[in-house]
Design a protein around this ligand. Structure first.
Ligand SMILES: Nc1nc2c(ncn2[C@@H]2O[C@H](COP(=O)(O)OP(=O)(O)OP(=O)(O)O)[C@@H](O)[C@H]2O)c(=O)[nH]1
Ligand SMILES: [Mg+2]
Length: 331
């Protein structure tokens, strides 16, 4: 039986997309319930709305208790780099992490599903990159530990929901609010100098839910607002679109190179690179391998892919390294 919903219903429903807090959502759902004609054709829909309201109420009652011990925002770094995954409620952060890592963070159709920061490992090429899932970011309520997590991270991945027509302006608001907390999005190109790294973060934007109809216009708008400055990658965590391009953009946001360490007379292990910052030298590599290598350094030999003139050549400590170089340090 058709539901025959009045036009006010669609109007009220569209407000859901911009509702930030559970309280706002409850109000809208209650409004929808009031508008909805009560007959056989809407019974299922009525029940669904009631469940949503009940769950949101349950959640908002739990929140104050949680606020006493706000979640920990310290995540120990492991792997080649730490990327903090942030974004508005329900944008698909956790589902995207699930798709990128194969791990199982909690995904829910309700906002505020993720309550605490948690690390997951993404494989990319022969590296492991740490992705940190976080609770949703709402401009009016940035928890005190949150900016510290962002400052400690090596890069940011902002996940926005393309089915929200205001996604681009929402992202602008988040950007402005984070700037107040001394965290700024940095564009691609040159690596961020060490002294600016706590405050300026290479940022990738995942324009998620591109599988949904009518999201092209929002994507276009995001591209206009941010495309010139930040990599904007259309993705669908649900369907798997765009994941390889996103991984590539994340790797490139870390500004790292992979360098293989080799022992004289033996082959380097191609599965176990050192992750060094771009523009690193032989001395940085020596530091990464072992501190004794710095104190007792005599010389090194280097190999570069597709460079016949750089195959086992003797180099000094200032020699600049590139991605996939192999180095043998002599002490
Ligand atoms: N159609 C579609 N739905 C998605 C996609 N990604 C996530 N979703 C859905 O969006 C809802 C929210 O997903 P989550 O991954 O929990 O979102 P989140 O950003 O982690 O949410 P919070 O933890 O509450 O901030 C779920 O119902 C997902 O199934 C996508 O690419 N396409
Ligand atoms: Mg989540």
């Amino acid at each position: 039986m058709p539901a025959n919903l009045p036009p006010q219903y669609a109007e009220a429903e569209s407000k859901l997309k911009t509702a930030k807090t559970p309280q706002e959502k409850i109000k809208i759902y209650e409004e929808l319930l009031a508008i909805m004609p009560k007959h056989k054709g809407t019974e299922k829909l009525q029940a669904q709305l009631k469940t949503k309201i009940a769950k949101l109420k349950e959640f908002s009652q739990k929140r104050p208790a949680l606020a006493h011990h706000s979640p920990s925002y310290h995540i120990e770094k492991t792997g080649a780099g730490q990327v903090i995954v942030i974004g508005p409620p329900n944008s698909g952060k956790s589902m995207l992490i699930k798709a990128l890592t194969g791990a199982n963070p909690e995904v829910g159709e309700y906002p505020f599903t993720t309550r605490a920061a948690a690390p997951f490992m993404m494989k990319y090429k022969n590296l492991r990159i740490q992705l940190v899932d976080t609770p949703p970011l709402t401009p009016d309520d940035i928890e005190s530990g949150f900016p510290e997590l962002l400052k400690a991270g090596d890069a940011l991945l902002v996940v926005v929901d393309l089915s929200v027509p205001e996604a681009a302006s929402e992202l602008e608001t988040i950007q402005a609010k984070l700037k107040e907390k001394k965290v700024e999005f940095a564009a691609g190109g040159n690596p961020v100098p060490a002294e600016n790294r706590p405050f300026l973060k290479k940022t990738v934007v995942a324009a998620n839910k591109c599988d949904l109809d009518g999201t092209e216009e929002t994507l276009r708008e995001l591209d206009v607002f941010f495309g010139g400055k930040l990599p904007v990658c259309p993705t669908s965590a649900a369907r798997g679109d765009g994941l390889e391009d996103l991984k590539k953009a994340i790797f490139s946001s870390l500004d790292i190179i992979r360098v293989y360490s080799k022992i004289p007379g033996k082959k380097a292990d191609p599965n176990d690179p050192f992750a060094l910052r771009k523009n690193s030298t032989i001395l940085d590599m020596a530091k990464a391998v072992h501190k004794d290598f710095v104190d007792n350094f005599r010389y090194a030999r280097a190999w570069r892919k597709n460079k016949p003139e750089l195959q086992g050549v003797m180099v000094n400590r200032d020699f600049g390294l590139e991605d996939e170089d192999t180095v043998e340090i002599h002490i």
